[in-house]
Every structure is written in C-alpha cells, then in structure tokens.
Design a protein around this ligand. Structure first.
Ligand code: MG
Length: 334
C-alpha cells in the first residue's frame, strides 16, 4: 500500500477576519494546528507549531517520533509565549499523521482538532477531543447530543504552548487500501455533522481536492463561525510510497475558494436547518482537572424539557396563589 492523492483547503470562515488555522501537507507528514489567543497570537501559535513540523528532518519513526515532533512544536510556542508579552497565553491544537515506511499510520494529537477515516464508505472518528464537553461525556455527566450544542464546547483541556511539556496522545493505525484520512479543525467538525462530512467525502471520493473544497463550503453553509481547515490523504494499492516530499504550507497552497458560498448540486447535501447551527464561541483552555460539576449545569435543556418546565412554572404559580389566598383568608378570619 502507498499514499495516493493528498489535498488541503483552508478558509477563515464567515465570522472571522483572520485565519488562525495552519496546516502541513508534506507527505508522508500531515498536520493541523488551530491557534488561539488575543490579537494575532493564535495565528503566531499555529504558524510556530506548523513551522516546527516543516523543519523536522524526518517525521517517520513511530509514536515516539511523533510525540517528539509535537513536543518540539510545544516548546517553540511556549518559549515565544513566555518571552513575548503580546503573545502571552496563546496556544494551539495539533493533530499529526505520518504514513510510516511499513505502511502503518502514526497519529499524534493534542486539543480538539480531529482525525477521521472514511473506510468502506463509513466515517469513523479516530481522535478523542481534549475538550471540556468531551471530558464530561467520558465521565457520563453529559450526553453526546447535549455536548454538540453546549455553550462551553470550545473550551479545550490540552493545548500546545501553555506549559513547558505537553501530554501527547499517540496511536497507530493499520490502513486498508481505499482509506481516506481527514484531519480537520473544529471549524469543520462543529459546523458540519459527521453524517454530512461522510456524505461529502463519499460524493467527492475520486477527487480529494474537490472533497477538501466541498468540506469547506459545507462548513460555511453551516454558519462558518470559525476558521475551517481540512487535510485529506488516501491510501491506495501499490508498492512503496514516493520518497520525494511534495511540500506545501497554508501560505501558498491554496487558491481562492471563489465558490465557497455556492450550493453545489454535486455536493449531494442540503444545508442544515438553522436550529442545528451552533453559535460562535471563542476557544479557551481549561486543564481537565479544573473541570467541575458546575459546568454540567450550564448544559442546555433538551427541547422536550421545555414543556415540562412550563408546566412546573405554572404549578409553582398556582401553589403561590393558593398560599396567598389562604394567608389572606386566615388574616381576614382573625
Ligand atoms: Mg477553531
């Protein structure tokens, strides 16, 4: 098996002027960094992290090597944040994939950017978000459905740049010929349901450049609340992978997404109803150990609870009126 097509698309989305996402398309190395911080600090954080990967001599070497790469990226972001007050507190997510010479794919992951695989027309999420809502879902304190619309869904529990060391999730996948891998920022996964991501990838399976652009369009149709980045690569039947890296970074990889706002019939997807479009939320970092149960109470009520709540309010009002009537009657009777 070997690498086939590779593609990437990035877009600031509809609500933000800057694009604080960065990506690395340097086969066999692929990565996403979604920066956060005031002013332009988020852009600096993600660019520093992507730069560390672009400068690495080699990415292959399994999980230990991938962890080293992410640690080096973390060191650079943290050093800059510590020495440059204008970037204090900045951070970035990072999700990395490396296609190893033995054909396996190694992933490294920090934050809420995601890796997915489309295998046999079925989309599977490979990474676990390091986010407040994902942590609450894992603890059984929040349902997955409520997590999707939770007001604090952009709070992440792990990022590059906030500490001298970072805990990196690393894992290895044995691919099948025909697999398509997607690495994306939350500007895609928050705006487009996974069933729709699956559908767009299936429809554009033959042309990954088209697929990347179609994913960006879908996120913009869904609201475009955040910067959107999608990196795609496929694994195909064949001999060893090409050794010549086809190096590209965000700065010069993309032409204008002139048709991003157009609904394309070949996308085969309808825009989501307005009720499914979440609000724009700025990303924050809160360590997992500082998450408390109080956060759960901020979870929105499911719509069915609305009737129950109105009934309860009505009962309380009736009970209050009854108490007042009894008190007045008792007062008059004395
Ligand atoms: Mg984002």
């Amino acid at each position: 098996m070997k690498l086939g097509q590779t593609a990437a698309a990035t877009d600031p989305g509809r609500k933000r002027r800057q694009n604080e996402d960065a990506f690395v398309l340097r086969p066999p190395l692929f990565a996403i960094a979604d920066g956060m911080g005031g002013a332009r600090a988020g852009e600096i954080a993600s660019a520093l992290a992507a730069g560390a990967l672009n400068e690495a001599n080699t990415a292959v070497g399994g999980e230990e090597r991938v962890k080293q790469l992410v640690q080096e990226a973390n060191r650079r972001v943290h050093e800059r944040a510590s020495n440059d007050p204008s970037t204090s507190g900045m951070g970035t997510t990072m999700t990395v994939a490396v296609v190893e010479p033995n054909g396996e794919i190694t992933f490294g992951h920090v934050g809420d950017s995601r890796a997915y695989v489309l295998r046999d027309d079925h989309l599977e999420q490979l990474t676990d978000d390091h986010s407040l809502v994902a942590e609450l879902v894992r603890r059984g304190e929040l349902s997955e459905r409520d997590a999707e619309v939770h007001p604090q869904r952009s709070v992440i529990t792990r990022a590059l740049g906030t500490d001298p060391d970072v805990d990196v999730d690393a894992f290895t996948i044995r691919p099948q010929a025909g697999d398509v891998y997607l690495i994306c920022s939350d500007g895609l996964s928050d705006m487009v349901a996974s069933t729709e991501i699956e559908e767009v990838m299936r429809v554009h399976r033959a042309d990954l450049e088209q697929a990347a652009r179609a994913l960006v369009r879908a996120a913009n149709r869904g609201g475009g609340d955040d910067n959107i980045t999608a990196v795609l690569f496929e694994i195909v039947e064949g001999g060893p992978q090409p050794s010549e890296p086809d190096e590209r970074t965000r700065e010069y990889a993309m032409g204008p997404l002139d048709e991003e706002d157009t609904l394309h019939p070949e996308d085969g997807v309808a825009p989501p109803p307005p009720a499914q479009v979440p609000d724009a939320v700025d990303t924050m970092i809160v360590p997992a150990e500082e998450i408390d149960a109080a956060a759960v109470h901020a979870a929105p009520e499911p719509p069915q609870a609305g009737l129950g709540r109105r009934l309860l309010a009505l009962l309380v009002i009736i009970a209050l009126i009854a108490v007042i009537v009894v008190l007045v009657w008792w007062g008059l009777a004395r």
